[in-house]
Design a protein around this ligand. Structure first.
Ligand SMILES: [Zn+2]
Length: 475
């Protein structure tokens, strides 16, 4: 396996090699980044990154460069990062800086901003974006629309894993959607700048990161029972490799500690790469993600502010790992308890869970549409369910490689300085609300996960839900 922890560079060549070894048919997307540099002076590598990217794209050495940023003035040790960036390029190139401002406190990646960025990069040979996830996503879309001209990302927070993938999260009619865009050409992650980012961005990034230690098991399970066709053994091998070591390095993330920030940035970069080559987020989105989506759904139906995605995912990962390790380490899964779900009963449960959200029943109807699709696939694949549950102990050996114990993840999350309970999230989530989100999380979407299986075995009881939430409900 390639080196991930030891050097300043993510070993992209090594990653390509190990992915290719497990992908003889070439089903994975190719990893089209030239470099990912994570160090305490990565921002100073811009001039050489630009010249590498230009020569790779066959463009002249002197180029028209547009630097895109939002109006937040990001500082690095008291100096303005945008000036540090601009200064490195101004003698060699024709450089223009553009500030994207849509009037919101933080930039929204909606159609008007994407258009603004596309127009701003009209005559550019190369684009540099300075910023966190949204700015990067906007830059990826704009440069994709400009015939994939080289795009260099100066990463300023370790908030999401989208710096190193080939999709963008954008707003369509106010709803977040993930759309295909492109890989950035080169990512420069300066850990001093990242360490100075607002602490809730980086702790939220850590919350997102720890779903690495739960979600792959859901992906693997969905594939075993025949409900997921995005699964690829090459991606899984990489995820298992990354998840083999518990994240013991998180102390100091909230304070911007160098080691913790660097490790976090690396882990997020690797996550982005794996989901990018896999053409799916399913490999890193399981029980913990649907619980977070349930919180979002509830907040937005009640016109409440939406919480930080990664922070929610982090807390919900503790629930997911507790359930998973229970299913792995004990004889909880007894093949004799497996029962086919009843469509009418399930429809009533979906309605009960969601009819209070919104005024017109549209949310309950949409959830049922998704859930119904999943149930139809469950019926079609019933013999696989019987076989997987019948040989659960064998599969558990594999699952165990993918899931760290909840206590391990909880101490890592606490050490990071991020919220480790639902009550500590912003906005705060009451025990009743957390219980609703967890109890009904499998009724919302068409992806299959462990909670679906527990429910089909009569194990998704009030007692089990309370047990799963024991350490995360209170303050
Ligand atoms: Zn996520």
């Amino acid at each position: 396996m390639p080196e991930i922890n030891g050097s300043e560079l993510i070993d992209l060549a090594g990653l390509r090699k190990s992915l290719a070894a497990d992908d003889p048919e070439g089903r994975l997307a190719s990893l089209e980044m030239l470099g990912v540099k994570i160090s305490d002076d990565a921002h100073l590598q811009l001039a050489s990154a630009v010249s590498d990217a230009l020569s790779y794209a066959g463009k002249p050495a002197r180029a028209k460069i547009v630097i895109l940023a939002d109006k937040s003035s990001i500082m690095r040790r008291g100096e303005r990062l945008s000036e540090l960036v601009h200064k490195q390029l101004q003698e060699q190139h024709d450089v223009r800086s553009v500030v994207l401002d849509d009037g919101h406190t933080t930039l929204h990646a909606d159609e008007s901003v994407l258009d603004m960025a596309t127009i701003a990069t009209n005559d550019a040979d190369l684009v540099v974006t300075i910023g966190s996830g949204t700015m990067t996503d906007v830059g990826k879309v704009a440069t994709h629309r400009r015939n994939n001209i080289p795009h260099i990302v100066v990463q300023t927070a370790a908030s999401v894993d989208g710096f190193t993938d080939n999709v963008s999260v954008v707003l369509r009619n106010g709803v977040k959607r993930t759309i295909p865009s492109r890989w950035p050409t080169i990512v420069l992650a300066d850990i001093v700048t990242i360490g100075e980012a607002p602490s809730e961005l980086n702790t939220s990034g850590f919350g997102e990161a720890i779903s690495l230690f739960t979600a792959p098991a859901d992906w693997y399970l969905a594939n075993l029972v025949g409900l997921d066709h995005t699964f690829h053994v090459a991606s899984m091998n990489l995820l298992k490799y990354a998840a083999a070591e518990p994240p013991t390095w998180s102390n100091g993330i909230a304070e911007g500690g160098a080691v913790a920030t660097q490790q976090l940035t690396r882990l997020l970069a690797l996550r982005g790469i794996v989901s990018g080559v896999s053409n799916t987020t399913a490999c890193l989105s399981g029980v913990e993600h649907v619980i977070s989506h349930m919180l979002d759904l509830h907040h937005s139906a009640n016109h409440a502010p939406i919480g930080l995605h990664g922070a929610q995912v982090g807390v919900a990962s503790l629930v997911a790992s507790r359930l998973w390790r229970h299913a792995i380490d004990t004889d909880l899964i007894d093949p004799r308890s497996l029962r086919k779900p009843d469509m009418d009963v399930m429809q009533k449960r979906v309605d009960n869970a969601f009819h209070d959200l919104g005024s017109d029943g549209a949310i309950a109807a949409e959830c049922w549409r998704d859930c119904q699709k999943k149930l139809s696939l469950v019926f079609e694949n019933w013999s696989r369910f019987e076989s997987v549950v019948g040989s659960w102990q064998e599969h558990s050996v594999e699952f165990k490689k993918m899931v760290q114990p909840s206590a391990t993840l909880r101490s890592a999350l606490s050490a990071s300085g991020g919220p480790a309970t639902f009550a500590a999230l912003k906005p705060s989530v009451s025990p009743e609300f957390a219980r609703w989100a967890t109890a009904n999380c499998h009724l919302m979407r068409n992806r299959f996960n462990l909670v679906d299986l527990l429910d089909m075995m009569g194990l998704w009881t009030d007692d089990m839900i309370d047990w799963a939430l024991k350490d995360v409900s209170a303050l």
